[in-house]
Design a protein around this ligand. Structure first.
Ligand SMILES: *Cc1c(COP(=O)(O)O)cnc(C)c1O
Length: 414
């Protein structure tokens, strides 16, 4: 058992647990009781691995970026989750959970989505498995993420707009939980990140841990040893970060750096940097750091990147940061945008805005020439084209980070 493993009662240090209404006790307990047995069962592993390989396209490449390596004076590898089917790491978890749901005899899937990425991944695996799918999505998000709504509907999912609260991700979570409460016997709640009541954070981390399994194998082949000096990942709820660090937690020489969404700056009030500004509280069934006011009311998060603006954080990560095992850097909108333009021009890879936060974090660190850095590129940037075009640096599009950042800052809207 590792030092940072979840406890029997579902805690990572002070964080985690299952704070749920009476009506959900039974199905959460049923899941808690069976998830490890299912995940460790060879028939599950065989089916999961087969789909990861032949449907998702794994293993995802570990790509040595010569240009980033040159800029930062070390060796920088990108773990290419952007090349997965549906364009991000979320599909790993969605496949794993639907296989668990089937084995538990569940007949219907519900999910929440913010930007629509998890909704699309869930609708995709429901199409694959022939299961009915209801996706809750805040009405505000339904309006601003129309292409993903259309994708989900084409895949056969029912998208239910949520009219409560601010009509965004937090409200969609509440509504999905409410649906699950009404149909606890036949419905499986397929959560999109390392959040929610125990066992979800641990289960999602395990399903995403294929990322760190592959990193170890690929580094061994390329560098002659399985461990890097740094792991860097962006963090919203924490699923791509958990997958990246999972098999390295007990190796203290591997430094862990998280890039969270600073928004317009952590002092500005327009931020989603929960690990930097959050305080202990309970949200969506678990105890963690939460963005809240002095009355304990949730403060609406803000980030240019829809996948990172969640007011909570996976309990594993809150624990790792409190313990000093991981560092959380708040990366602002302008830094993320500049880093995205930079990778696009230097390597011909347009990253998701979320992943661009991780790339920008490189500029905040200093490396030794012998350092090996692995950065998880959680997704591709096609979904963010409108934003990238809106802020694209004018004229000849410089490739130098500081100049790009200046250009972005001169744009009136940001
Ligand atoms: C959803 C998403 C994230 C944030 O979610 P995590 O659970 O923190 O990984 C990051 N990157 C991409 C591309 C996403 O779609």
């Amino acid at each position: 058992m590792g030092q940072y493993d979840v406890s029997n009662t579902g805690y990572f240090g002070r964080y985690g647990g299952a704070y749920i209404p009476e009506i959900l006790q039974h199905c959460v307990e049923e899941l808690r009781h069976s998830y490890r047995t299912i995940i460790d069962d060879p028939t599950f592993t065989t089916e999961f691995e087969d789909l990861l390989q032949n449907y998702v396209g794994r293993p995802s490449p570990l790509y040595l970026s010569r240009s980033l390596s040159k800029i930062h004076g070390c060796r920088i590898y990108l773990k290419r989750e952007d090349l997965n089917h549906t364009g991000a790491h979320k599909i790993n978890n969605a496949i794993g959970q639907i296989l668990i749901a089937k084995r538990m005899g569940k007949k219907r899937i519900v999910a929440e989505t913010g930007a629509g990425q998890h909704g699309v991944a869930t609708a995709t695996v429901c199409a694959l498995m022939g299961m009915p799918c209801v996706v809750y999505m805040g009405e505000t998000d339904v309006k601003r993420q129309r292409p993903n709504v259309e994708k989900m509907r084409l895949l056969g999912a029912e998208v239910r707009p949520v009219m409560s609260g601010n009509k965004t991700l937090k409200d969609a979570c509440n509504e999905a939980i409410r649906d699950w409460c009404c149909h606890p016997e036949d419905t499986f709640y397929l959560i999109g990140s390392t959040v929610g009541p125990h066992p979800y954070p641990d289960m999602v981390a395990r399903l995403q841990s294929i990322i760190s399994t592959e990193i170890r194998q690929q580094l061994t082949a390329k560098e002659g040893k399985p461990t890097p000096d740094y792991l860097v990942a962006c963090i919203g709820g924490g699923s791509n970060a958990a997958g990246t660090v999972f098999h390295f937690l007990d190796e203290p020489n591997v430094k862990i750096v998280y890039a969270e969404a600073g928004g317009k700056g952590i002092e500005s009030g327009l931020t989603a940097a929960t690990l930097n500004v959050g305080e202990e509280g309970v949200l969506h069934g678990f105890r963690s750091l939460v963005m809240q006011d002095s009355d304990g009311q949730i403060v609406e998060p803000y980030s240019i990147s829809a996948g990172l603006d969640y007011p909570g954080i996976g309990p594993l990560h809150a624990h790792l940061v409190k313990e000093g095992r991981a560092t959380a850097l708040p990366i602002n909108d302008d830094e993320a945008l500049a880093a995205a333009y930079e990778l696009n021009r230097l390597d011909g890879i347009l990253p998701a805005l979320e992943s661009a936060h991780a790339l920008a974090a490189l500029h905040r660190l200093s490396f030794k020439p012998e350092d090996i850095v692995v950065l998880t590129l959680s997704g591709r940037g096609d979904k963010d084209m409108d934003t990238y075009l809106k802020y694209a640096p004018a004229g000849e599009c410089p490739t130098d980070f500081d100049t790009i950042r200046l250009n972005v800052n001169h744009h009136s809207d940001i």
